[in-house]
Design a protein. Structure first.
Length: 249
């Protein structure tokens, strides 16, 4: 069964860095498992962080603008064609690790057949992998517009400020109905110095905090870099609290 992790939050909160840290941790703990990175953020920053300029997207399939690597096989149904096209846009990163980019998604209000066909094709794709990490837009709603799937753990990335905590609470409220009973909580990222202000914010907004990540000065000095041992080590400290595969003891 596929384990699904969704990472949400405001742009600039550190979602991409945290997504890559989770990838590194899961790859380290479970090298035999297949992992799909699913870039559901409109900025497509996740692909860029690997030095990739991914132009073939799920939106390209939906809009009919996808350029195929091979000729289109004959005698396919529309559903088979979409599933075949979905396979065509998956980009391998390394052994057992792939990435796919959604970009724009259609509204659930659209009754056109392509909406359901895309949903079914995405479901079939993600069920092929042991673990899927969704790098989401603002909240889970945008992901849900693309595919109806249960998410095991949804993480809202917030920074230690009043505005960010308030926004995290709104994201939590917006995402709750799409989390389908899965774990839903907040990671406070880029924390510097005394934690007292952080605790006050958590108390004020009644946030379910899964973990705290300290500020990494190396990222400040090199903002293009999206990998951090500081972030990775911090996540390892609270990984056991998450509804994700654990090391068997």
């Amino acid at each position: 069964m596929t384990t699904k992790l969704a990472i949400t939050g405001k742009s600039g909160s550190g979602k991409t860095t945290i997504t890559k840290a989770f990838l590194s941790i899961l790859k380290e703990i479970f090298p035999e498992k297949s992992i799909l990175l699913f870039d559901n953020d409109l900025t497509s920053e996740l692909g860029h962080s690997f030095g990739l300029d991914i132009r073939n997207t799920i939106y390209g399939i939906r809009s009919g603008k996808h350029e195929y690597k091979t000729g289109i096989p004959d005698n396919m149904t529309k559903q088979e064609f979409i599933e075949w096209a979905m396979e065509d846009i998956v980009v391998p990163l390394e052994e057992n690790i792939d990435i796919i980019v959604s970009w724009f998604v259609g509204s659930k209000d659209c009754r056109c057949p392509i909406t359901g066909q895309i949903n079914d094709a995405v479901l079939k794709l993600i069920e092929r992998y042991d673990i899927v990490i969704f790098d989401c837009e603002f909240d889970l709603k945008y992901l849900n517009q693309l595919v109806d799937t249960d998410v095991d753990t949804t993480i809202i990335v917030a920074n230690p400020s009043e505005d960010s905590a308030h926004l995290a609470k709104r994201i939590e409220e917006f995402s709750a109905k799409y989390a389908a009973g899965g774990q839903l909580g907040v990671i406070i990222n880029k924390v510097e110095g005394d934690l007292s202000n952080v605790y006050e914010l958590l108390k004020k907004y009644d946030l379910d905090v899964l973990g705290v990540i300290p500020y990494d000065n190396d990222l400040k000095n090199n903002p293009v870099r999206k990998e951090s041992e500081v972030v990775k080590d911090a996540i390892k400290q609270f990984y056991f609290r998450l509804n994700l595969p654990q090391i068997k003891t």
